[in-house]
Design a protein around this ligand. Structure first.
Ligand code: HEC
Length: 151
């Protein structure tokens, strides 16, 4: 009986430890140096991100071109927009597409229509952009309508 308990406990421990071992490909431990939001806003305009984007809570005007769908950045979201997601969506746009837009308007042949900046953007510019953008996202907590019993 005692032995059985011991083996059950060992099995639980093994499961627990293996569940905690990070995947070597995981982004855990990845952090860019602290950016500067003001410089991030200037970079946003300098790199013409506003050809395709507006940012909630700023007065950045979109550059009007008829060829591009405007994708809004920032604002209230029902889920946390993480730092890692923001970095990824800038340097690897096709990894996951923005939610709330018809796929054919924001992608073509499975690829994001976003321009790739990886060969021209510096790491400092990326850090500044992310610091700027993350300030404009807000978590909207979902408040379900309370159940009112009907008598
Ligand atoms: C030619 C148009 C275009 C340009 C220029 C562009 N983007 Fe995008 N961007 C898109 C499109 C289309 C999407 C939606 C598809 C996707 O998620 O990749 C997107 C998605 C994003 C997202 C994720 C939005 C979400 O809700 O998931 C971020 C963040 C972003 N872009 C930042 C930038 C930044 C920063 C720049 C400038 C360095 C930039 N983009 C330049 C077209 C563009």
């Amino acid at each position: 009986m005692k032995l059985r308990l011991k083996s059950i406990l060992t099995a639980c421990l093994v499961l627990l430890v293996s569940g905690c071992t990070p995947d070597p490909k995981s982004g855990k431990g990845f952090t860019l140096p602290e950016g500067d939001a003001q410089r991030g806003m200037e970079t946003f305009v300098a790199l013409n991100c506003n050809v395709c984007h507006t940012v909630e809570g700023t007065s950045i005007e979109p550059i009007e071109t008829e060829h591009h769908k405007i994708v809004k950045l920032g604002g209230k979201k029902g889920y946390v927009v993480t730092y890692g997601e923001l970095v990824t969506s800038i340097i690897n746009p096709s990894h996951r597409f923005a939610i709330g837009y018809p796929l054919d308007e924001i992608s073509k042949d499975g690829e994001s229509k976003m321009r790739l900046y990886n060969d021209e953007m510096t790491v400092s510019q990326l850090a500044d952009l992310v610091t700027f953008l993350e300030q404009h996202y807000e978590l909207e907590v979902y408040h379900p309508t309370p159940y009112v019993p009907y008598y």
